[in-house]
Write a protein that binds this ligand. Structure first.
Ligand SMILES: [Zn+2]
Length: 422
């Protein structure tokens, strides 16, 4: 009890430092794509943690094509060993999406105003990284010896799939079942919500090939664009209502994402629109689709359904050939209901915020998938400061009181998972 109170007091005392640390992180524009400033950001985190008696390693994804001399993929993993208890790993991604338009302030200045910190990536998820670092720091300042091992990692490329980041660490065995007991990812999900997983993702490219002919006599050719029109119409007419009728038992937020969905990411066909035009029937048309599937659907069924729909739609346009190429498949993940990591964070939220935590699942995916699938660790959740809806928006911001409270929750949950401070 006294231990908990002194840890909470240390977080409060460190509030200005936590804000400053977050601001320092925002001022490093770790924009992805292409993957700017990764090395300096990883070193900044590593140096900070080394000064706080962590052992620090830099793990470079030197087998990945996106790791280049210009844009090195450098991850940092720091660990502080206490007693022989469980290993708790707090993982945050250091990359941020490009700022885009619509900002009313400098996205990389780290402006602090009206009880909030502003900047690209503050909510997703540099505030979360700062919370992880200062959760560890508050435990140390309170004079508490860790009953287990605390690890903090800063990893790259989450926004583009995480293959050189968490997936790489998992493939190298650095995050692994048998070595790592619990993983908490401080992604922004609102300060009283715990994410226990996400829906599945199926990205695929559909290429249609017709036959070219003179544009003044289109009846002599086969238009691939006509074929794509039929496919899109069938998606609108048949697939979308079917997907809207499917509901997952997972607590996906927002509510509308509790159904399966499909989105057309890109489409191109015929001659390049910017080029000089000649009269030709379009013999090629390509589109990229983003199908989000539910844990109840399975990937196999989602793919078979798509194959059948494309064939049916194209049967009305004789002569169009088609090919489907899978670009990315991510199965849904779900933390077991009785996982100790869920109950520890629930208890900590109750203690710090005096509120019942809400369990949610993410509409998109995040690095949880690599922890669950590659590392084989079931006990992973996402919990962190920041409002989910502000991620990737212009004037992205994070409330300072959320940041401080999330730091407290992470500190208490970490100790709880190591068997202390309950
Ligand atoms: Zn994120």
């Amino acid at each position: 009890m006294a231990t908990i109170d002194s840890i909470l007091a240390e977080v409060d005392r460190a509030a200005d430092e936590i804000v400053q640390f977050t601001v320092d992180l925002i001022r490093m524009p770790t924009i992805n794509p292409p993957g700017d400033e990764y090395e300096s950001c990883a070193r900044f985190l590593g140096n900070h943690l080394r000064q706080r008696r962590f052992d620090v390693e830099y793990i470079v994804a030197d087998g990945r094509p996106e790791h280049t001399a210009r844009h090195p993929r450098v991850n940092v993993v720091a660990s502080r060993r206490g007693g022989g208890g469980p290993v708790v790993h707090l993982n945050g991604h250091i990359d941020v999406v490009p700022p885009g338009d619509g900002w009313t302030l400098d996205p990389f200045a780290g402006v602090v105003r009206d009880g909030r910190i502003f900047g690209r990536g503050v909510c997703d998820m540099k505030a979360g990284l700062a919370a992880a670092v200062y959760a560890a720091e508050a435990i140390a300042r309170a004079g508490v010896v860790l009953p287990g091992t605390l690890e903090i990692s800063g990893t790259v490329d989450e926004e583009s799939g995480g293959f050189a980041g968490v997936a790489w660490l998992a493939e190298q065995g650095r995050i692994a079942k048998g070595r790592t007991d619990y993983v908490i990812i401080p992604e922004p999900l609102n300060v009283d919500r715990i994410s226990v997983g996400h829906r599945g993702v199926y990205w695929f490219e559909l290429t249609l090939v017709g036959r070219m002919a003179h544009g003044s006599m289109p009846f002599l050719g086969v238009s691939a664009i006509d074929g794509m029109t039929e496919v899109l119409a069938a998606i609108r007419r048949e697939l979308e209502p079917a997907l809207a009728g499917r509901l997952t038992s997972m607590p996906v937020v927002p509510e509308a994402a509790r159904h399966a969905t499909i989105n057309v990411n890109a489409i191109e066909g015929g001659q390049p629109i910017a080029g000089i035009q000649s009269p030709c029937v379009a013999d090629r048309c390509r589109a990229i689709f983003d199908r989000r599937f539910l844990i109840e659907e399975t990937f196999g069924r989602a793919k078979a359904e798509m194959d059948a729909l494309v064939k049916r739609a194209l049967s009305t346009v004789p002569g169009v050939e088609h090919e489907i190429r899978d670009l990315m498949v991510v199965d849904p993940v779900q933390t077991p209901h009785d996982s100790p990591v869920v109950s520890a964070v629930e208890r900590a939220i109750g203690r710090v915020l005096d509120r019942q935590a809400t369990l949610v699942a993410s509409p998109g995916t995040y690095d949880h998938k690599h922890v669950a699938r590659i590392a084989g660790i079931p006990h992973c959740i996402a919990y962190g400061p920041g409002e989910l809806e502000l991620a990737h928006q212009p004037d992205e911001s994070c409330r300072i009181d959320d940041l401080v409270n999330a730091t407290k929750v992470l500190a208490l949950a970490t100790l709880d998972l190591m068997g202390a401070g309950r």
